[in-house]
Design a protein around this ligand. Structure first.
Ligand SMILES: C[S@@+](CC[C@H](N)C(=O)[O-])C[C@H]1O[C@@H](n2cnc3c(N)ncnc32)[C@H](O)[C@@H]1O
Length: 226
């Protein structure tokens, strides 16, 4: 996506009460913010928000937090949310938005505070020297292990086969996670595709004929918290 941080975005995000302005101040208190004890699921790199908004509408008993590091991109998701609010059906009340880098996860969430992490069509960072920046690298997996409880999961989708192969390898070598599911062609895999919600990138790439890969990594009961 070309847009980065732009002044108009800052104003809209500031005014939106679903955008949490001081996420670190909510650490250990996310249930208070949602005013219920429902599980919290997050999407990192939520982009324009179609995936998480649909999930939130379908699952009112789960709390969702969309994380995006660029305000210009988060703006698109928030505008989608605001359009829904003005529609007769209204917007889901179980969703919040954070403008932050995933590297800050342990400052924002206490150990075990998140039950599921979604990563969809994450940036591939194709150069080997940038491998640590990939959201499925061992560096990020160890951050995820800090905020998930034992049994918590990371679900990752992409059409980028080199990134997917790298991610599978990182999970297999991880001391914190075990591979719990994998497909190289999600849309033809009845089991893994059940309840699948397409992201904006998924719609674009599958329309172009690309197979979508998906893996599920589960935090081991014995795995330490990174
Ligand atoms: C290729 S887009 C995919 C958007 C969306 N998930 C989809 O599937 O349509 C990846 C998004 O992840 C965001 N992103 C990348 N690294 C991030 C990080 N470390 N923390 C938060 N967001 C990140 C990017 O800004 C971008 O919006």
């Amino acid at each position: 996506m070309r847009l980065r941080n732009i002044p108009r975005a800052e104003g809209v995000l500031e005014a939106c009460k679903e955008v949490v302005k001081n996420p670190a101040g909510q650490k250990s208190r996310w249930h208070e913010l949602f005013q219920n004890q429902n599980p919290v699921h997050i999407e990192i790199g939520m982009g324009k928000g179609q995936f998480l908004l649909t999930l939130a509408e379908r699952n009112p008993d789960i709390n969702y937090i969309g994380i995006e590091r660029y305000s210009s991109v988060l703006l698109r998701a928030v505008e989608k949310f605001q359009l829904l609010s003005e529609s007769p059906k209204g917007a889901p009340s179980n969703i919040r938005f954070l403008c932050m880098d995933a590297r800050e996860l342990p400052e924002v969430f206490a150990p075990g505070e998140i039950e599921k992490i979604y990563l969809n069509f994450s940036d591939p960072w194709p150069k080997a020297r940038h491998a640590r920046r990939r959201l499925t690298s061992r560096e990020f997996l160890s951050l995820y292990a800090k905020v998930l409880p034992p049994g918590g999961t990371v679900e990752f989708k992409t059409d980028n086969r080199p990134l997917f192969d790298f991610s599978e390898e990182e999970v297999r070598e991880s001391p914190f996670f075990t591979l719990d599911g994998l497909t190289y062609d999600l849309h033809r895999d009845a089991g893994m595709n059940q309840g699948n919600i397409m992201t904006e990138y998924e719609e674009k790439f599958s329309a172009a004929g690309n197979a979508i890969c998906k893996l599920i990594a589960r935090k081991s009961p014995s795995g330490s918290e990174g």
